[in-house]
Each structure stands twice: as C-alpha cells, then as structure tokens.
Design a binder for this molecule. Sequence first.
Ligand SMILES: [Fe+2]
Length: 213
Amino acid sequence: MKILFFYFLKFYILQLSNIINYKRTDIYGIALNVFFLKLSMFWFVKQAYKKNKIMDAKEISLNEKQVKPVVDLLNDYLASYHIHYQKLRGCHWNVKGQNFFTLHIKFEELYTNAQLTIDEIAERVLTLGKPPHSRFADYIKESSIKEINTIGLHDMDMVDALLDDMAKLIEMERELLEATDKAGDDGSNDMVNRFMQFKEKNTWMLRSFAGKK
Ligand SMILES: [Fe+2]
C-alpha cells in the first residue's frame, strides 16, 4: 500500500509540474490529478485512523460505526468529569466557615467517587476500541463544564457550583443513555446509568443541605 501511495504521489507531482509548465492543461489531466490527490489523502486519513485504534468493537459483538457516537460522547463526558473532579478538590481544600467539617468531608467523598468514575469512563472508551483523552489541554478544550476559582468562594456558592456541574453531567448522561441504546451498547448504558443515579441522589442531598426545594 505504501509503494502504491508513493507511486501515486510521484504521478501527481509529475502531473502538477506539467500543468505548471503549461505542457498539459487538458481537463482529463486535472481530473486525474484531483482523483489521485484524493486517493492519497484517503490513505493518509486511513493510516491515522488505524493508529488511533486500540481494538475493534466487533470483538465484543458491537458495530464500530454504530458505537462511534457513544465513544465521542464518552470522551466529552470524560473531559467534563475531569474539570468537575478538580473543582471538587478545590472546594475540599478552600472551604471555610462553620460548615467546614461537613463540607470538607462531603467534597472528599464526591471527588473520591469522581476519580473512580473517571477511570471507568476512560477504560470503557478503550474497551470500545479508542484511546481516551488523557491531556489537560483536551479536557479544557472539550469539557462542557467550566473551571472556577474556589479560593475565597463562599461555602454555599461552592454547593451551587457543584449542583450546576451535576445538572450538566446528568444532562450528558441522558444523552449517552440514548446513544448507547441506539448502538445496542448495554455495557456503557449500565455504567452511565449507575453514575447518573449517584449524582441524582447527591443533587437531592446537596439541595437539602442548602435548604433548596
Ligand atoms: Fe484532603
């Protein structure tokens, strides 16, 4: 395949030089050029795709094409979870006031859970055959959740910020449940459902703590 590519590349360069030199300006020559250029570009894309492949989803009786939207959503979800996780740590470190002992412990419980969740999401992406995002640059770029500065943040504003994050994550989870359902991916569906139930319950608890309905 590589040899074929370089053959096409050579042919393409020759054609291009002919056009530049006005030796051959016929429409067929140009069409051939475009065809071989597209063919070589397709080869490049295919090679890049193969490089990013860990395993074929068909190994676990799933269709790779059908599962692709799930993988993409899981990677976005992973990015958002990382930002949420770091926010939880910030809240745990920077919380002040009379609720310190309650919230310091609660935030630790939440970030410990988020850490395990992140690992499960990333490993599910790998199980479906693709590499998970693993750079902070990607997390910041892809996350639907925004970073905040927790230094000096009022304790109840921390609770509000975390409730907003959870609402966003639950929204993403509902989207994922639909996508996994369409792809017949029961494994991801079950996993996301578990994570969603944890946050649903904690939404109730944090809202009760804040005296909200
Ligand atoms: Fe700690």
